[in-house]
Structure formats: structure tokens, C-alpha cells
Design a protein around this ligand. Structure first.
Ligand code: HEM
Length: 396
């Protein structure tokens, strides 16, 4: 079938609601050639669930972004701490760094963090009053993950707002100069933070992270880049998880009522909430290192390959009646956290944060509703993540 002539992932209608576009593309072909970016490059977009799973583990799809752009003008000026993370690397490099990261989010470590997460969520809602309106994105979904990830990295409180702002700018698909500038601010800041912590040894989360990095053989640049990855990967994604989950529940009163009556059902509902509106819409950059096939479709060597969990999660072949939020379905095969060797190591932390945010909201303000008259909801203009810019709710 013929490829679309415009990049379908840059259309304003896509940002507002990607699902009709995804459906159209998947019905055309689940592995689809599309024009990508402003330079008229061709990329391959994967929208089918089986094809996405296959692509996530394909040995000839590389995550080594530097290798792809070697000798090609990228036109970008990203700080290396942001552009050369383990998420942009292949084994054996990736394996070495991943060994340091996995234990950071073990069940035990996340369990230890839960009281802290609950305290932050409680404090954020402490000034909220029934009958008033709040922007749930600005007042809960943004500050909760930022505070938690800054705590993990030992970022002093006065610096957290600036760091959150730069991290937010990094996802601005409409302004590459701003993205590049934000990457330098983050890279410079974290380099300083790591160097200072090394010069003044003490206790706490950052010295503990640094000793894990030392034990894993990570050098200074790799340590800074790991800190940058944790900040960037752990913040915006979890913000969108919380925002999208609350919106889905407010739009599905039966599901909302079930969780309100029995908040112990919340952990079991998280997979379906993640599936229904994936915070990561299109996974990060991959490219084909040789001619290959995914799902029986050809992908020639040397092309960017975009795997879309947002589309795969709504593939009717994997999830019947996929647009319906159905808390009774088994949604565990969703691809919101990716799949294969780069699968999100922070998933247990993201789940804990979302669960605690929802539990605190539903317990303290059980009859919260969307503020009426509803202004049209606006979404971040980036194909990578899917999330609201604001979510006005009336507390009750
Ligand atoms: C709901 C929230 C989250 C979602 C939806 C999410 C999603 C993802 C996805 C899809 C990937 C793989 C990307 C790819 O293969 O292209 C990934 C990787 C990663 N995520 Fe998450 N993530 C979330 C929260 C977090 C948190 C809280 C952290 C840590 C603080 C984190 C740290 C990472 C890291 C370090 C990687 C790179 C793994 C590797 O390269 O092996 N994420 N995440």
C-alpha cells in the first residue's frame, strides 16, 4: 500500500487524539513507511501488537543513535549526557549499564519508597478543599513524580522546580532549539551535582547511587548520563500515567465507582489504565542495521523504526473492543513499558506512584468530577509521550 505523503505523527489532530490515525495506519499495514520529520526522511512505523513485540526484540534493530547519525548531519546540539544514555545503546554497552539500574527499582527498594511517595501525595493534596477546582496535572501529576525522582537523585529542594522545567522542555516536539538548550541545562546541572557529591561524601540516595555506579564500572560521564536518563524517563512518563488514568476514570463512572468503593482494586486496574491511554505513545529511536522483516514486512537497512505502544495497545487482534476501558480484561500484555532488553526498569516505581496518587485522591475526594462547563482538553504536542497539559477537576 502507498505511504502517507505527510508525517502523520505531526498533524495537530494526532496530538489531540492519535487513535483514529493509528487505526487507519494499522488497517493499511501494521508496518508502515511514513515520511518522518521535516527533512523528508522515510521511517517505518509499527502499529500492530504482534509486530511491535517482534520489533522490540529484533536483533537487527539498533538503539545506538550515535551509530545511525555518524556521518549524517543531525542538525542537533544535544548534551551528550542526554543523547548518549543506555537507552541509546546496544549490548554489550547496554548490558553493563543496565546491571546498575535494575536493582534500583527492585520490589524491596520500591516498597521502602512507598511511605515517602504517600507523604508527598498527601502534602500535595493537603490544601485542597471539597467544592473547589484544581488542575490535577499542575498540582499532582507533575509535582509527585518530579519530587520522587529528585529525591532518588538527591537534588536539593530549591533546584527541583528548575530541573522539572528543563525536563518538561525536553519533550517539546515543536521547538528543537529549546530541547537542545534544555539538554545542556540538565547535563551541566547533573555534572555539577555528581561532582559535588563526590567531593563531599555523605549518606543519602545520591551517594548510594554513586557507589552503585562505581561498583558497576560506570565512569563519570556514564554516571551523569544515567542520572539524566532517570530524571527524564521517570518524570514526564509518570506524570502522563497519572493524568491519563484520572481522565479515563472520570470519563468511565462505572470503573471510577468500583475503585472508589474498593481502593484495593486499584493495583489490579493499573495495567488496563496503562493499556487504554499509553503514556509513551511512540517508543524511542531505533534503526535497521540491515535489510530485515518484521511481521513478514520488509524494512530496508538504514531506516529509523518507530514502534508505537499507543497503537499496539489498541490493536483489536490483541485486545478485543480495544477502545473500551474494561477493568475486567487481562491487559498485562500491553506494551506501555516496552518489551525486551530495554523494557522499562522503573515500571515498579511508576506503578507505585500512580497507585498511591489514585488511592489518595479517591479516598480524600471520592466524588471528584471533571469541571463543567468543560473546556476542550489540550494535549502535549509530542509524538513520544501522550499526556494532558491541564486537567481541571472539581473536588468533592
Ligand atoms: C508510567 C511511567 C513510565 C512509562 C510508561 C515508561 C515507559 C518506558 C518505555 C516504553 C521504555 C522503553 C523505551 C524503548 O524501548 O524505546 C522505558 C525505558 C526506561 N525507563 Fe521507563 N517508563 C515509565 C517510568 C519510568 C520511571 C519512573 C523510571 C525511573 C525513575 C524509568 C526509567 C527508565 C529507564 C532507565 C529506561 C531505559 C531502559 C533501558 O534502556 O534498558 N521509567 N520506559
Amino acid at each position: 500500500m502507498s505511504a502517507p505523503r505527510q508525517d502523520p505523527l505531526r498533524d495537530p489532530r494526532f496530538f489531540a487524539d492519535p487513535y483514529p490515525t493509528y487505526e487507519r495506519l494499522r488497517e493499511g499495514c501494521p508496518v508502515q513507511r511514513i515520511p518522518s520529520g521535516s527533512g523528508g526522511h522515510q521511517a517505518y512505523l509499527i502499529t500492530g501488537h504482534a509486530e511491535a513485540r517482534e520489533a522490540f526484540t529484533h536483533p537487527d534493530l539498533s538503539k545506538d543513535t550515535a551509530r545511525f547519525f555518524a556521518g549524517r548531519p543531525s542538525g542537533r546540539d544535544l548534551h551528550p549526557a542526554v543523547s548518549r544514555t543506555m537507552l541509546a545503546s546496544d549490548p554489550p554497552e547496554h548490558t553493563r549499564q543496565r546491571r546498575v539500574v535494575t536493582p534500583l527499582f527492585s520490589t524491596g527498594r520500591v516498597r521502602e519508597l512507598r511511605p515517602y511517595i504517600a507523604r508527598v501525595a498527601g502534602e500535595l493534596m493537603s490544601a485542597w478543599r471539597p467544592g473547589t477546582d484544581v488542575d490535577l496535572v499542575a498540582e499532582l501529576a507533575v509535582p509527585l513524580p518530579v519530587t520522587v525522582v529528585c529525591e532518588l537523585l538527591g537534588v536539593p529542594e530549591p533546584d527541583r522546580t528548575a530541573l522539572a522545567g528543563w525536563s518538561h522542555d525536553l519533550f517539546d516536539a515543536t521547538d528543537t532549539a529549546r530541547v537542545d538548550a534544555a539538554s545542556h541545562r540538565i547535563g551541566d546541572y547533573l555534572t555539577h551535582l555528581v561532582d559535588t557529591a563526590r567531593a563531599t561524601p555523605g549518606d543519602g540516595p545520591l551517594p548510594s547511587l554513586l557507589s552503585d555506579c562505581d561498583a558497576g564500572g560506570l565512569d563519570r560521564d556514564e554516571t551523569v548520563s544515567l542520572a539524566a536518563l532517570l530524571l527524564v524517563a521517570g518524570h514526564e512518563t509518570t506524570t502522563h500515567f497519572i493524568g491519563n488514568a484520572v481522565l479515563a476514570l472520570l470519563r468511565h463512572p462505572e470503573a471510577y465507582d468500583r475503585l472508589r468503593r474498593d481502593p484495593d482494586l486499584i493495583p489490579g486496574a493499573l495495567d488496563e489504565l496503562l493499556r487504554h491511554d499509553s503514556p509513551v505513545s511512540v517508543a524511542t529511536f531505533r534503526h535497521s542495521t540491515r535489510d530485515l522483516r518484521v511481521g513478514g514486512f520488509d524494512i530496508p537497512a538504514g531506516h529509523p523504526v518507530l514502534i508505537a505502544p499507543g497503537a499496539a495497545n489498541r490493536d483489536p487482534a490483541a485486545f478485543p473492543d480495544p477502545h473500551r476501558l474494561d477493568l475486567d480484561r487481562d491487559a498485562t500484555a500491553h506494551l506501555s513499558f516496552g518489551h525486551g532488553i530495554h523494557r522499562c526498569p522503573g515500571a515498579p516505581l511508576a506503578r507505585a506512584e500512580a497507585e498511591i496518587a489514585l488511592r489518595t485522591l479517591l479516598t480524600r475526594f471520592p466524588h471528584t468530577r471533571l469541571t463543567t462547563p468543560a473546556a476542550p482538553l489540550t494535549w502535549r504536542r509530542t509524538r513520544l509521550t501522550r499526556g494532558l497539559t491541564t486537567l481541571p477537576v472539581t473536588l468533592a
